[in-house]
Write a protein that binds this ligand. Structure first.
Ligand code: SAM
Length: 276
């Protein structure tokens, strides 16, 4: 018999048909399932006729429960970890338990499946060979804008999670920080009845969300193209960021920061000379 393991199991992000046969089997076979919200996961399990006991494991009790769960694993019981939707640990609890299990030498095995991040990236039509997942932006406007300023020069495609009550504000801040023309895609309610994927510049997406109340409902993933590897795009971005910073800072300091943020050559920003 293989040693006990902690199975990290992905569950549907909307469509119940996305719970894989292997995920169903593992959830049936383990001694207990650690779930973020036992009521919600209980509904999923009931749909598949799975009677395995559930155990609440969320942000607030994870640290405290981790060692007890590791003790069960070391005693030979296999456990599963699920979150409310998608893949555990991706903007969801589970990190502390997985870390504790690995540190104790317990086998930790994934049952891969849905994640809104990958689902959105796969349909966005934006470069996906390199990307950076940013999770949720800060809720506070000042912190959000600061974060976006540090990301404006990122060459990789960026992926953000967002909720319905902040999508409008976040799109406005993104358009202001990255420029309204920056290509993006807004994936809403993936795998659900009202699934929509809008694409266009950030300003255009913001305008759609403002004009159409339905486009503000549900769950969102926002995929934003990076500034690109090519020197021309980087220089254009550097000049745009420099112009904004130079409203508050001496031109040389603005050029230094704009170069740091965007990767554009500092000398090309300060004094407008040839890039070096
Ligand atoms: N662990 C999950 C995963 O792997 O996708 C993500 C959990 S996070 C707490 C929830 C966020 O994921 C939502 O606010 C939304 O940004 C995104 N999300 C989840 N389901 C989605 C869906 N069906 N369509 C679009 N975005 C979704």
């Amino acid at each position: 018999m293989p040693a006990a393991a902690l199975h990290v199991v992905a569950t549907p992000i909307g469509n119940l048909g996305d719970l894989s046969p292997r995920a169903q089997q593992v959830l049936r076979d383990v001694a207990a399932i650690c779930a973020e919200d036992t009521r919600r996961s209980g509904q999923l399990l009931a749909h598949f006729g799975i009677g395995t006991p559930l155990l609440a494991l969320h942000e607030h009790n994870e640290q405290q429960l981790a060692q007890r769960l590791v003790a069960r694993l070391l005693a030979g019981e296999s456990l599963a970890l699920v979150s409310d939707a998608g893949t555990p640990l991706v903007s969801d609890p589970g990190y502390r338990l997985v870390k504790a299990a690995r540190e104790a030498g317990v086998r930790v095995s994934p049952v891969p499946g849905p994640s809104a991040l990958i689902a959105a990236l796969s349909v966005a039509g934006l470069p996906s060979d390199r990307f950076a997942f940013e999770g949720f932006l800060p809720a506070k406007a000042s912190a959000r804008r600061e974060r976006l300023a540090t990301l404006a020069g990122e060459p990789r495609t960026l992926v953000f999670y967002e909720s319905s009550h902040r999508i409008e504000e976040s799109l406005a801040d993104l358009a202001a920080a990255f420029g309204g023309e920056r290509p993006a895609a807004l994936a809403r309610e993936l795998t659900k009845l009202f699934e929509t994927v809008l694409d266009g510049g950030l300003a255009e997406l913001h305008a759609r969300v403002v004009a159409e109340p339905d486009q503000r409902k549900g769950e969102f993933v926002l995929v934003v193209q990076g500034v690109g590897e090519d020197a021309d795009a980087r220089l254009a971005e550097g000049r745009r960021v420099h112009a904004i910073l130079a409203r508050q800072l001496p031109p040389s300091a603005a050029a230094k920061l704009a170069a740091e943020i965007t990767g554009a050559p500092r000398k090309a920003l300060y004094g407008g000379g040839d890039p070096v």
